[in-house]
Design a binder for this molecule. Structure first.
Ligand SMILES: [Fe+2]
Ligand SMILES: [Fe+2]
Ligand SMILES: [Fe+2]
Length: 425
């Protein structure tokens, strides 16, 4: 499929009335977990499309161009709102959060498995273990507060157990900046992956930023606050990988191409007929946006789309599915790593005065004030053990004890003896 070869509808015809704009929400008891995660992914993709356009408009003085951006941006906002309203009223913030973290796990794993660029793959594998741990922390909060077992929300496709413990995710911001890729010399799939994961993590960051003060308990407010700070790190981590040299109009073309690719992927993989239809409707909207971006690029920079995206043909569709063995392998191999400037290092190889330890001492002076640790300790106190869904014991022996929350793995030099390496740059 090459979206540049498709026929585009006129932009005005894409604006929808209030009746069409309000969708039928899914039934939270029947929906497939990956339908929910696709909805969150596309909500985040539309937010990025809209917000990128706002930033673009603030960086150009040409009002013809700004009017064009305003029109397309209005349509992106309609798309975003319609998709976000697929979430039903009776799904709580915390239940919805479980789907956010399931998306983070299974989207990251899917992108990492197919990634050809070793540096980008490592970045994905690295943050994968952190969102995997967030899922476990929120699942324990959900079980403790609402008596709901998150394994049913994730359809038992994703395990719920400790990853790299959240207490270990807090790094000095200098260590979250990666090297950016260079779009013209990269595989299309790599360029798309850096954009897709950045939009998804940004959506999670914004969601937590906005719901933290809506959490229904103090423990919840504290947990969202802590994990929101980690999502800030993840957005820095991923956005710094993205191509930074292209012009605004080249980036606009990439954004629309990426939206086309994702709706096409969702359409290919969706199991709910009503929502599959919505993905198709949105694919047509994006083809029109893409054609519009193509015309702008030609008009303002005299460039053909082939000079930016040499082969318009899509890579294989992104599909969301279980990745249990893959996550276990990455957990086993790399749980003891952190980042050191643009690269990765084992905790035991860091100098004593490393920024990582400095930041850890600032935010976690004692473990008993760390919300992600207290959530687990509270449930152990209440129920005698934490809440998990596992198909086998953790590959990391130190993370197997269900009566004590481990706060050393991923942050103390000899917390575990995993000995493997990431792929080389
Ligand atoms: Fe869009
Ligand atoms: Fe994340
Ligand atoms: Fe778009």
């Amino acid at each position: 499929m090459n979206p540049f070869n498709e026929k585009a509808r006129p932009l005005d015809g894409l604006i929808q009335n209030w009746q069409r704009l309000y969708p039928r929400p899914y039934d939270k008891r029947e929906v497939d977990p990956y339908t929910k995660t696709r909805i969150i992914l596309m909500n985040g993709t539309e937010f990025e499309a809209n917000w990128f356009s706002h930033q673009f408009a603030r960086n150009t003085v040409d009002n013809d161009l700004r009017r064009n951006l305003a029109l397309v941006r209005d349509i992106e906002k309609q798309q975003q709102l319609k998709i976000s309203l697929l979430k039903p009223k009776d799904e709580s913030i915390l239940e919805h959060t479980i789907s956010y973290e399931q998306l983070a796990v299974d989207l990251t794993a899917e992108l990492a498995k197919r990634e050809l660029d070793c540096y980008v793959k490592t970045a994905l594998d690295f943050a994968l273990l952190e969102d995997f741990d967030h899922l476990y922390r929120y699942a324990n909060l959900l079980e403790g507060e609402q008596g709901i077992d998150a394994e049913w929300l994730v359809g038992r496709y994703t395990e719920i157990m400790p990853g790299r413990p959240t207490i270990s995710h807090h790094r000095y911001p200098f260590d979250n900046v990666r090297r950016s890729i260079n779009a013209p010399t990269q595989d299309v799939q790599t360029v798309l992956s850096t954009m897709i994961i950045t939009a998804a993590e940004q959506q999670t960051m914004n969601f937590y930023m906005n719901v933290t003060n809506f959490a229904s308990s103090e423990a919840g407010r504290r947990l969202y606050q802590e994990i929101a700070m980690v999502e800030e790190e993840h957005v820095t981590h991923y956005e710094s990988l993205m191509d930074a040299k292209s012009s605004w109009l080249e980036k606009l073309l990439w954004h629309e191409y990426c939206e086309c690719y994702l709706y096409w992927s969702c359409y290919q993989t969706e199991t709910d007929p009503y929502i599959k239809n919505l993905w198709e409707e949105n694919l047509h909207i994006e083809i029109a946006h893409l054609k519009n971006a193509e015309e702008l690029l030609l008009k303002y920079e005299g460039k053909e789309w082939q000079e930016v995206i040499p082969c318009g043909e899509f890579p294989a569709p992104i599909s969301l599915h279980e990745n249990i063995d893959y996550v276990r392998k990455i957990l086993n191999d790399t749980v003891q790593y952190t980042t050191l400037k643009e690269d990765y290092a084992k905790i035991k190889d860091l100098p004593e005065n490393a920024d990582f330890f400095r930041l850890q001492n600032i935010v976690n002076p004692t473990v008993d004030i760390v919300p992600s640790h207290n959530v687990i300790e509270n449930i152990i106190r209440k129920r005698g053990a934490d809440y998990r869904y596992q198909v086998a014991p953790s590959p990391i022996p130190q993370l197997r004890n269900r009566r004590e929350d481990n706060t050393s793995v991923g942050r103390k030099p000899d917390a575990t003896s995993s000995t493997n390496f990431y792929c080389n740059k």
